[in-house]
Design a protein around this ligand. Structure first.
Ligand SMILES: Cc1cc2nc3c(=O)[nH]c(=O)nc-3n(C[C@H](O)[C@H](O)[C@H](O)COP(=O)(O)OP(=O)(O)OC[C@H]3O[C@@H](n4cnc5c(N)ncnc54)[C@H](O)[C@@H]3O)c2cc1C
Length: 371
């Protein structure tokens, strides 16, 4: 290891005390403490309550990450940022984050669908444990303040921006950092001619969703909104409700039963009522082509809905930062978390982007000081 610059006290700013900013702060503090380096002050700024944004995650249970253990397969769950994440994940992946959480008293469990949650099933518990862990260190300060532009940070030697995707454009712009406009990427969708059973949940072959008052919500709706974020409304989507072969088998075994009743064995009856136009017809009399049409739900999406907004696409252009998320435009400036042009599907992927990018940034910031 090279000589530390012993005379100087480095001032490090983290703008944004959400999951990413706090994880980054903890990793910086931990690394400096491991090498007994004390010539620094770390200040975390937040315009609101620290870690407020973790509270609603996972329906307040906090879906901390996902159990997929192959980096490429994991990264395929990000419509934007997939390739950039290979490098971040190769340095800090889900197992590393889980080890970190364990070290601060957060034990986890994995659901059948691969989503990982704290055993407490409580996002508040995750928040409390992260904040308690950070309180063990003395070189850190929390300041409630909105950082409006780079001019508010002139006293700092190292700057980390983890301000998320809500209202951080002006801050990014003040550094002349190229970025893509933020757009809702995971949100509920409104449907043209809505005529479906409100509140009914569907387990389709493409994913789960629920009919809202005027459209669809839930993981599949979020996925559709994410994949189509750059398309103009209206656009058409087809959802595979069930495997039509299962209906053929039911019909073969029950030729006298009504087609509507047989379809109702594969999807909720209230939905079958909406899509099967000849509900009471004997199933043996219905053509295979017609049966196939019942297995697919065609929807015209007319707009996003305000309900269920979870993640935004857009953010700091990945071409304008290096593999350590360091700006190529401004010296000693890093970005991490949702402010980056990276967004994933539901399933713990967005928080994993926070953990991995925060870790890599923490490492690079420490390295830039001790080398
Ligand atoms: C309802 C909901 C549920 C979700 N559930 C999950 C889930 O279960 N699993 C998952 O992986 N992801 C989930 N997400 C997504 C996940 O919460 C985000 O990706 C994550 O919070 C991003 O973290 P961040 O720290 O980068 O940004 P943020 O969480 O947005 O935090 C940014 C922080 O910066 C502060 N800030 C912003 N601008 C300034 C400024 N100029 N000056 C000072 N402070 C500033 C804000 O007050 C905020 O505290 C969910 C999101 C929502 C909305």
């Amino acid at each position: 290891m090279e000589q530390f610059c012993q005379d100087k006290t480095f001032k490090i700013a983290i703008v944004g005390g959400g999951p990413c900013g706090i994880y980054c702060a903890l990793n910086i503090l931990k690394k400096f403490s491991e090498i007994n380096f004390e010539n620094y002050h770390l200040v975390v700024f937040d315009k609101s309550q620290f870690l407020r944004t973790i509270l609603p995650t996972g329906g307040t249970r906090c879906n901390i990450t996902n159990s997929i253990n192959d980096i490429k397969e994991f990264a395929s769950n990000y419509p934007r940022g997939e390739k950039f994440l290979y490098s971040l994940f190769s340095r800090h992946f889900n197992s590393d984050s889980l080890e970190f959480f364990k070290s601060i008293g957060i034990e986890t469990y994995t659901q059948d669908d691969g989503r990982i949650f704290p055993i407490s099933n409580s996002a508040k518990d995750v928040k409390d444990k992260l904040l308690n862990a950070i309180k063990q260190f003395k070189n850190v300060k929390f300041i409630h303040k909105e950082i409006k532009s780079k001019d508010d940070l002139i006293d700092f030697d190292r700057i980390i921006i983890s301000a998320g995707s809500r209202g951080s454009e002006n801050l990014i712009k003040s550094f002349n950092q190229p970025y893509k406009p933020f757009k809702k990427a995971l949100c509920a969708l409104k449907i043209d001619n809505f005529n479906y059973p409100k509140g009914v949940s569907i387990k389709s072959l493409d994913g789960d969703f629920i009919f809202t008052d005027d459209g669809i919500s839930g993981p599949l709706a979020f996925k559709i909104s994410s994949i189509n974020v750059d398309r103009h409304f209206p656009y058409d989507v087809s959802i595979r409700l069930f495997n039509v072969d299962d209906l053929y088998i039911l019909v073969e075994k029950n030729p006298r039963k009504s087609i509507g009743n047989l379809v109702s064995k594969l999807i909720p009856k209230s939905l079958a009522n909406c899509i099967v136009d000849d509900f009471d017809r004997k199933s043996a009399e219905v053509s295979k082509e017609k049966m196939k049409s019942y297995s697919i739900l065609n929807l015209k999406i007319i707009s996003n809905s305000n309900f269920g907004e979870i993640v935004n696409s857009g953010g700091v252009d990945l071409k304008s930062i290096d593999k350590n998320c360091k700006s190529k435009i401004t010296d000693y400036l890093w970005f991490c978390g949702e402010i980056l042009d990276i967004d994933g599907f539901c399933g713990g992927f967005n928080l994993q982007n926070c953990w991995s990018s925060a870790y890599v940034v923490a490492n690079d910031v420490v390295y830039s000081i001790i080398n």
